[in-house]
Design a protein around this ligand. Structure first.
Ligand SMILES: [Fe+2]
Length: 421
């Protein structure tokens, strides 16, 4: 599976973002894990609503005479309706001053006789009231007369999380986030696939139009048949070696294909005349640039195509036509196609001469650096000849090209169209 560079970058950035978000949540959970918040609440024992998360129930289990006066037995239940455990709890209950603690069970109890403050503390094994759990304990207090406490004070530490649920929550967060990522990826991929389908179809339409148009040009000038496609290939390769953006490489290919479109406007007798041309005839041929520029004016969606047709015969020193543009004033695509065009002219047979050999071509092109051609582009073209990307001998057969009428560009011919997927 191949992705284009932008798509890859987006995916990588997205993954980094997800990792950052995940680690933020994990950190958040870990930091909360060991923090216990202090809970302190007064619980009513009269039976009404007590607290949002903690409830107390007291039963007066009996009263009887004792040495002090009256013995009172109370049984308590404390409910923890919260989702967090309550640890190291302490309960204080106010009883009449001078009372005596006769007995207690379920917890430790201590009575300050002077103040009447009864403190209930957990025994070692029940020091936590679990989430959704409860504890029970009982006391017998003797006082001068029967009494009944109306409230108690509860204090403890709410454990926000524990180790078991920490692991579970980390896994939950991971699964949650990665599920979103996966769904996002699938949706993006689906959209991208639809987009690619549509793009492929658009390219097909462009290609079919180009094929039709190139057949027109070839029919007009059979001697240079195949020329447009070769120029397009060379120009795109130069653009690639110059590391131009992929869109530019693609457009320069189209520009190469259509650079001689204006030839359609040149009379056959002039275009295919084997002998020396008169001044008027030469002007008619040179006019294919202006004619091409006019014909392609509607093709503005393919960047540089019109300018290339118009300016591919401009020369770097300003002595070219139609406008005598100089140096960088000549659009880049036109400068590139100009070199590719010249190479193909030299490497194929023409009405008036056979093709040149490799060394002659290199010499001619280098001679033109700075006068006819952009010197920077010349170095790329010469490299392509030297490293065998373009092959003069192979091109010799171009004259016998059987492709007339069958000339058929496919998506593979268009640089950058195949991104895989
Ligand atoms: Fe031309």
């Amino acid at each position: 599976m191949k992705f284009d560079r932008t798509f890859r970058t987006v995916i990588v950035l997205f993954i980094i973002l997800v990792i950052l978000i995940t680690s933020y949540f994990v950190q958040d959970i870990i930091s909360k894990n060991n923090v216990a918040s202090v809970e302190e609440t007064d619980l009513s024992l009269t039976g009404a609503k007590l607290s949002d998360s903690t409830y107390a129930k007291m039963v007066v289990s009996g009263t009887w005479d004792s040495a002090v006066g009256v013995a009172n037995q109370f049984d308590f239940t404390i409910f923890n309706a919260d989702k967090y455990d309550l640890a190291n709890w302490t309960i204080s209950i106010k009883v009449p001053a001078g009372s005596v603690l006769d007995n207690y069970w379920g917890s430790e109890a201590e009575l300050d006789k002077r103040t009447g403050l009864l403190t209930i503390k957990p025994t070692n094994y029940n020091n936590t009231i679990l989430a959704d759990g409860n504890i029970t304990f009982g006391i017998i207090v003797s006082a001068k007369e029967p009494f009944s406490p109306t409230s108690l004070h509860l204090q403890g530490y709410k454990i926000l999380s524990n180790n078991t649920s920490l692991a579970r929550r980390i896994v939950e967060v991971f699964i949650g986030i990665w599920t979103i990522v996966f769904i996002g990826f699938l949706v993006t991929r689906l959209n991208f696939r639809n987009y690619r389908e549509k793009q492929k179809n658009d390219i097909k339409i462009i290609l079919q139009s180009m094929n039709t148009f190139i057949n027109f040009i070839d029919a007009k000038d059979p001697y240079t048949r195949g020329h447009s496609k070769r120029v397009a290939m060379y120009a795109a390769e130069i653009a690639k070696r110059m590391r131009l953006p992929e869109d530019d490489i693609q457009n320069i290919y189209y520009a190469g294909l259509l650079h001689d479109a204006g030839k359609i406007s040149v009379p056959d007798a002039v275009l295919n005349k084997p002998g020396i041309l008169t001044k008027e005839e030469r002007a008619m041929i040179q006019n294919h640039t202006v004619a091409g520029g006019k014909m392609l004016v509607q093709l503005s969606s393919l960047k540089g195509v019109r300018e290339t047709a118009l300016y591919h015969h401009e020369r770097y020193d300003g002595s070219g036509y139609p406008d005598g543009l100089k140096g960088e004033m000549i659009p880049l695509f036109a400068r590139i196609v100009g070199v590719a065009d010249a190479y193909d002219a030299m490497s194929s047979n023409r009405v008036y001469r056979r093709h040149l050999n490799k060394d002659e071509i290199i010499e001619e092109i280098q001679k033109g650096a700075g006068t006819q051609f952009d010197p920077r582009i010349v170095t790329y073209m010469v490299d392509m000849i030297n490293d065998g990307y373009v092959n003069v001998v192979k091109m010799e057969t171009a004259d016998n090209d059987e492709s007339y009428g069958k000339f058929n560009l496919t998506e593979e011919d268009i640089p950058g169209v195949y991104m895989g997927f």
